[in-house]
Each structure stands twice: as C-alpha cells, then as structure tokens.
Design a protein around this ligand. Structure first.
Ligand SMILES: [Zn+2]
Length: 135
C-alpha cells in the first residue's frame, strides 16, 4: 500500500485526497477541491483530467500538446490556496485565488491565478483565469 501524500499539499494520502477524482471514482463537491485535483493532475501528468474538468465550451480549444509539454517540463513543488469565494456545494459558481510553485529549467516560478469555476449538472468545471486583484 502506498501512503504517498497528495500532490496538492493537503497532507492527506493521495488515495484519500485527489486520486479518486483523477480516476473518476468521485466528483469534487467544491470549487476548491476541483482546483486542488487539477493541480494534482498537472503534477501527475493526467492531461485528460485537465480537459474533462474544463468548461465544456472551452474544451474545443484545449491544446493537449501544449498543456502536456508544460506539465512535463515543470516540476510541481507546491500549491497554496490564498482565497476562495463561494464555490461551495450549494453554489453555482465561485473563484479560487491560488499560487502554484514549480521548477522549470532550474528556476523556481510562482504561478498566481484567480480562477473562475462554474457548476453544471452537479459537476464543477474550471472556466477561466480572471484578472488578478491588484495588491
Ligand atoms: Zn489532493
């Protein structure tokens, strides 16, 4: 039995955190949980999951090769959820502000994004990145 901790930084075993979402055994109930599972998908190179959790209309322009290349050449080192707004089980939309750190070509980078999520037929989807609030 593997007790590897989840990629998303929850400190839970992968099998009890994002793995059931990545395999399709379970569906994330909140926008934040979906966000975490998408980070884990990047970290574990599960590109199909990144596509299926994208808002259906946006899937047409999903560039599998480019996303796969970015995920493959980056070493994902940590996820920090900074802020969430709505995105709970009873909501239909929500946003998550997060920072994902990764090493690429020997440099540590931080990808900070405010993501918008929407629910359709009981499932959360990632819609798009919004403009970051100025700070
Ligand atoms: Zn996780």
């Amino acid at each position: 039995m593997s007790a590897l901790k989840c990629h998303c930084g929850s400190e839970l075993p992968f099998a009890e955190c994002c793995e059931p979402f990545l395999t399709g055994a379970a569906i994330p109930k909140t926008a934040e949980v979906l966000m975490r599972s998408r980070y884990s998908a990047y970290a574990s190179l599960n590109i199909p999951y990144l596509k299926t959790t994208l808002w259906p209309k946006n899937q047409q322009t999903f560039d599998t090769a480019a996303v796969s290349e970015w995920a493959r050449t980056s070493h994902w080192t940590g996820l920090k959820i900074l802020e969430t707004e709505k995105g709970q089980e009873t909501d239909r939309d929500g946003t998550v502000l997060f920072e994902a750190r990764y090493l690429s070509a020997g440099t540590l980078n931080t990808h900070r994004e405010l993501s918008r999520f929407r629910k359709k037929s009981g499932r959360w989807f990632y819609v798009e990145a919004l403009d970051l609030p100025s700070n």
